[in-house]
Design a protein around this ligand. Structure first.
Ligand SMILES: [Zn+2]
Length: 69
């Protein structure tokens, strides 16, 4: 009977490009998101979340400004 050689599954790390927010190179083992825009940009999940939060705050500021008039 032949001995079976167990190989550890190799993790293939692929560079997936730059994050659209922080401009850092990303690898596929990080959590990231892909956008459906023309350039198919990608970003860290964390960076996107931070950006969404920023937008939300900006939106609230604008709404407050409008309601004051
Ligand atoms: Zn990033």
């Amino acid at each position: 009977m032949a001995k079976k050689l167990w190989k550890k599954p190799s993790i293939i790390v692929i560079n997936i490009g730059k994050c659209r927010y922080c401009q850092k190179e990303m690898i596929n083992t990080e959590s990231f998101v892909a956008f459906y825009d023309e350039e198919k940009t990608k970003a860290h999940y964390e960076c996107m979340r931070k950006d969404d939060y920023k937008k939300l705050i900006e939106k609230e500021k604008n709404e407050k400004r409008l309601s004051q008039n």
